[in-house]
Structures are given as structure tokens and as C-alpha cells.
Design a binder for this molecule. Structure first.
Ligand SMILES: [Zn+2]
Ligand SMILES: [Zn+2]
Ligand SMILES: [Zn+2]
Length: 376
């Protein structure tokens, strides 16, 4: 379309800045002041490099493999009995009559690394100006984003915090109503009245005495329109952006996000699915906490060493635009017994794992085959 004819464009609002985390948005960026240290808005503000220090942690790594307790036949039978009774229609006869052929104890190893990070973002925000004193640049230069002292309420817990950056506030004419405090009413489009919902052009058809009659509408007195209740007939409403104040307090909003980033590595060498290990108890054989932990190098199982080195490096690379506040890692040994048994001349297997003696099996001989479980 030729630009010349594009005269009937809707009365568009000025474009708004991308809101940061659903906070109120501010007038267009072009109207805002330039504040030193805050040229990168609504993006992560990487921490000063001085924070990227690796502090070697002094720790004693598990240099000897701990002895893993094996379950006895009695414990294994008990665990299986409990498991069978918790499955609605598994038959318990096999538990009683099975013959153990082998119990092979081992230990799963669970390594976990947690990196607690802080990310800072800043963006222009605004709110209706209430007339109270503001903290503007006349009070001094704004502190740099990472110089503002903010502490997480709890370590290794996700959290968020918002705060106005000192000395960045200013009062600006509302960009939405241009200071007039009002906006055209959207309901009646500024007309002050709307179509009457009870009639057509002021008249309605009523059925009386066996016939239909055209009558003047009493709701609108025959005019076909009614007063707009949204604006009370005035055609304008209080400006929602500035709440009718005509002015906005604009300031830089600092958004601090704390995140606990957790990575797990599980070494489980039997056919027991490794992910099950995370849900049961075991024995912590190593743990350390520091600003930045040093990866394990001398743990007796080399799979743990390589997982630790890989994950520590991965976290350092991954969170380079954040400040690492604290790290911790641990190694847990979880007992796993692989149990072979025979029943009715067939061989089966199940696993008892965790301090809770939880059971995992796939081929218990007396499983429900009637399909009733799905119904129950
Ligand atoms: Zn009417
Ligand atoms: Zn209206
Ligand atoms: Zn306004």
C-alpha cells in the first residue's frame, strides 16, 4: 500500500520495552537516561572476572573401597514379600517356595555436584508517580550492578530478588497518555455511549394477544444506544499506565536470580536401572564444599574421578555469565544385591537396593495376568 493512503492507521500505543520478568515496563528506551554500567539491559550482566577464582579444596577422597553389606537370604525374602504384598495381585506363593541360588552384593556409586549461582539483570521499569521524593542521579552516580550488596536468603536454594538501583530514578511524563491523565475509553471508543443490548435500533418485537407488536425500547427510550458504563458517558477513562497521575517514576530495576544447579552421575554395574539409586539412602563416603570445589582425582573408582572432572568443568563453562557463590559435591555408596533364585524349575532374578532394601524385578513368576490391575 502506498504510504500516502495509510491515513486511517489505528491510534497506536508507543512500543513498550520488553518487560523483565513480568515487572512493569517502562517508557521507550529512547526516552530514558543513559546510566554508566547499565548499557546492557535485560540481559545477564556477567560478574567481574575477579570472582572467577578456583580455590583448591583440601579434602580426603575415599581412597579405599568401603565394605558393602550384603543382604542375607532372610532379608532378601522379607524384602520381596513386602514388595509382592504392595502389588495388588502378585501371588505370594513364590516368595515362600523360591530357592535362592546366588546373592551377589555390590555398591552403586552416586556422585552429585551442586553449583549455587547468582545472575544479575537490569532493565528499565516504571510505576505511577505518587509525588513522593525520588532517588535520582543528583544523589550521586549509580552503583555498578555487581557492587550492590545483596545476599541470598538461603544457600543452595533457588530464589529471586528485585530492587531499585539507587540514584537511577527520574519522573517522566506518562508516555501512554502524554500527561493528560486520561485515555480514550476502549469500550465505547470515546463516544460515551454504546449500542443498547435489548433492542434493534430502539425498537423491539413483543408477542401479545396472539400477535406480534413493534414497541419502542424502554431501556434506551427508543434511541438504540445506552450510556457507556465503563467511562460513565464521558468517553475517557483514567490512564491505566500512570493510574491517572500523568507522570511515571522511572528507574532501573535490578533482578537477582539465585539458582542451584545440580548434576548427578551414577555408576551402577548390574542390570539395575541406575536412576533408581537417586531415590534411596546410602552412605556418604565423601563430601566437600567451597567457593569452587576441586574435581576429584584420587577416588578409588576412576569412573567417579572422570565424572567429577567433567561435571566441574562443565559447570564452570556453563555458568560463565553468572557468579558462582558456592559449590559442593558428594559421593554416596548405595548397597545393591543381585539375587538369583529358582521357582518351579525356572530361574529368576531380582535386586535389593538402598538402605531401605527396596526391590526391583521384572520377571516375578506370579504376576497378575487377568488385567484386573488396570481396572483396580
Ligand atoms: Zn434499546
Ligand atoms: Zn466509554
Ligand atoms: Zn498516563
Amino acid at each position: 500500500m502506498n504510504q500516502e493512503f495509510a491515513t486511517n492507521l489505528p491510534n497506536e500505543e508507543p512500543s513498550m520495552e520488553e518487560p523483565i520478568d513480568q515487572q512493569p515496563s517502562a517508557p521507550p528506551l529512547v526516552n530514558m537516561d543513559v546510566v554508566a554500567g547499565y548499557d546492557k539491559m535485560n540481559a545477564a550482566l556477567p560478574p567481574p572476572p575477579v570472582w572467577q577464582v578456583t580455590t583448591p579444596s583440601s579434602h580426603q577422597e575415599g581412597d579405599a573401597q568401603p565394605v558393602v553389606p550384603a543382604v542375607s537370604e532372610e532379608q532378601a525374602r522379607q524384602a520381596l514379600a513386602q514388595y509382592v504384598s504392595s502389588n495388588c495381585c502378585y501371588g505370594s506363593r513364590a516368595v515362600r517356595d523360591l530357592v535362592f541360588t546366588n546373592i551377589s552384593p555390590s555398591a552403586a556409586i552416586h556422585y552429585q555436584l551442586e553449583t549455587f549461582t547468582e545472575q544479575r539483570k537490569a532493565g528499565w521499569s516504571s510505576e505511577p508517580y505518587n509525588g513522593l521524593p525520588i532517588d535520582g542521579p543528583e544523589n550521586g552516580p549509580a552503583p555498578l550492578p555487581w557492587d550492590i550488596v545483596v545476599s541470598p536468603p538461603e544457600m543452595f536454594k533457588d530464589n529471586k530478588y528485585y530492587r531499585e538501583v539507587p540514584h537511577t530514578a527520574s519522573v517522566k511524563t506518562c508516555h501512554s497518555c502524554l500527561g493528560s491523565r486520561t485515555k480514550r475509553c476502549g469500550k465505547c471508543n470515546g463516544k460515551g455511549d454504546v449500542l443498547c443490548g435489548s433492542c434493534t435500533n430502539g425498537y423491539r418485537t413483543v408477542y401479545r394477544d396472539g400477535g406480534s407488536h413493534r414497541e419502542k425500547c424502554h431501556q434506551c427510550n427508543g434511541s438504540g444506544r445506552k450510556r457507556c458504563l465503563t467511562c460513565n458517558g464521558t468517553g475517557t477513562v483514567s490512564c491505566p499506565t500512570c493510574a491517572g497521575k500523568g507522570a511515571l517514576k522511572c528507574y532501573i530495576l535490578l533482578v537477582v536470580t539465585w539458582t542451584n544447579n545440580v548434576s548427578d552421575h551414577i555408576i551402577e554395574r548390574t542390570a539395575l536401572p541406575g536412576h533408581l539409586i537417586k531415590g534411596v539412602s546410602g552412605k556418604i563416603v565423601f563430601h566437600a564444599e567451597n567457593r569452587q570445589v576441586a574435581p576429584l582425582v584420587a577416588f578409588f573408582d576412576d569412573g567417579v574421578n572422570s565424572a567429577s572432572q567433567r561435571l566441574v568443568q562443565q559447570h564452570i563453562n556453563q555458568f560463565s555469565d553468572q557468579r558462582i557463590l558456592q559449590q559442593r559435591h558428594f559421593v554416596r555408596m548405595v548397597p545393591v544385591s543381585e539375587i538369583a533364585y529358582s521357582y518351579n524349575n525356572n530361574n529368576y532374578k531380582f535386586w535389593v537396593y538402598g538402605d531401605e532394601n527396596r526391590v526391583y524385578e521384572e520377571d516375578y513368576p506370579l504376576k497378575c495376568c487377568c488385567g484386573l490391575c488396570a481396572i483396580l
